[in-house]
Write a protein that binds this ligand. Structure first.
Ligand code: ATP
Length: 368
């Protein structure tokens, strides 16, 4: 396994992007105390998925982000990329060179990438676990760890040896498989419980299903019956509508006939009114004539009365100077045929005559 390069940007004391290129063989980082040598090792652990802040010599994970100096403000994110030469296919991935990247933001968000593609932490751990490097492997021996190896008890030493031999990976897989088996066992027990419960519920459910089927049949019958009733109603209403339409047509015809009659009557009324207008002057003349004739008749009656009175006085007085009274043979009365004239020929006697109520004034002259 050959690490080709490590790039740090905003990680601990590496504020600016810094790339370390590792050539085949041994690479030494030399510098005075506090110059940041251990930060390079921390960056290697961190990019390979280290989750413990203490392992990175910090109080919390945000401490890995450049915290600023007197001459430079703090940064909001830390980023480390590790490029691994995979030309020998040590990593189970189809690339000759693999770059894994870890980014962390000060607000707590983080991101992992393999060759620029975003991925999960688990993907990176899986990728590196087969190679013998990774978070739990003891390929990184920090300050003071050598001492703990040398002073370890037999069990501790066994653990170190197992890890160095690559047994740890399989042990972890075994533990994981056992955990899965336990979970599966629990799931199986739950399924068994559920099966028992369902079996218990099966009988009442069967009864309910039978009832539901019967209900469905009854509902279907009910729906059919309702539909038939509605169809009957529809037919009846259609017939009623037809009859109504026929009645309406007949009424329309009657109405049109009545309107025609009305128009005719109005025309006739207009004609009659014209006629009345034309006859009005003649009527007035006739009235005038009738009035004059009435006056004349009055005068004639007066004359007749006067003549009768004179005749009477002439016949009753004794003859003067011995002259024999000569009986008069004439009469001032009009012939009987005149008085027996039928009433319809006497317009001034006609009942309902419009001029009947007119007051007659006495003639302005008198008969001698
Ligand atoms: P030694 O040889 O004593 O172990 P070293 O060279 O390994 O020292 P480191 O411990 O890697 O040095 O680096 C420590 C330096 O990193 C300190 O100067 C510290 O201020 C700086 N440092 C650590 N964390 C941060 C951070 N988050 N932001 C800025 N600087 C940091």
């Amino acid at each position: 396994m050959h690490l080709k390069a490590l790039t740090l940007r905003g990680f601990k004391s590496f504020a600016s992007a810094t790339t370390l290129r590792f050539e085949p063989g041994i690479t030494c980082v030399v510098g005075p105390n506090g110059s940041g040598k251990s930060n390079v090792v921390d960056a290697l652990s961190w990019v390979m998925g280290e989750q413990g802040a203490k392992s990175l010599r910090g109080g919390k994970m945000e401490d890995v982000i450049f915290a600023g100096t007197t001459g430079r403000p703090p940064l909001g994110r830390a980023e480390v990329s590790l490029t691994i030469d995979n030309s020998d296919g040590a990593l189970p991935i189809e690339y000759a060179e693999v770059t894994i990247t870890r980014i962390m933001f000060r607000n707590g968000g983080s991101e992992y990438q393999i060759n620029g593609d975003t991925c999960r932490l688990l993907d990176i751990q899986e990728l590196l676990s087969d190679s013998g490097i990774g978070r739990e492997m003891h390929v990184i021996v920090g300050q003071g760890q050598l001492d703990s190896v040398l002073h370890a008890d037999p069990m501790g030493r066994r653990a170190f040896i197992e890890e160095a031999a690559g047994v740890l990976k399989h042990r972890k897989r075994k533990e994981k498989a056992l955990r899965k088996l336990d979970a599966m066992q629990a799931n199986l027990a739950r399924v068994q419980d559920l099966t028992d419960e369902l079996r218990r519920q099966l009988k009442p459910l069967g009864r309910q299903a039978a009832v539901a089927r019967r209900a469905a049949v009854i509902q279907a019958d009910l729906r059919d019956a309702r539909l038939r009733l509605l169809a009957d109603d529809l037919v009846r209403l259609r017939e009623a509508l037809k009859a109504e339409v026929a009645d309406e047509a007949a009424l329309k015809e009657r109405k049109e006939a009545a309107e025609r009659e009305l128009r005719k009557a109005l025309q006739r009324e207009a004609l009659l009114e014209d006629e009345v207008r034309q006859l009005t002057p003649r009527l007035q003349r006739a009235q005038q004539t009738w009035y004059e004739l009435s006056q004349l008749a009055e005068r004639v009656r007066g004359t007749i009365s006067l003549a009768d009175a004179r005749v009477k006085s002439a016949t009753s007085a004794p003859p003067r100077n011995g002259a024999a009274a000569t009986p008069r043979t004439w009469s001032a009365r009009p012939p009987a045929s005149a008085s027996r004239r039928p009433s319809w020929k006497r317009p001034w006697r006609r009942p309902n005559a419009p001029w009947r109520t007119r007051s007659r004034t006495a003639p302005s002259w008198s008969v001698p």
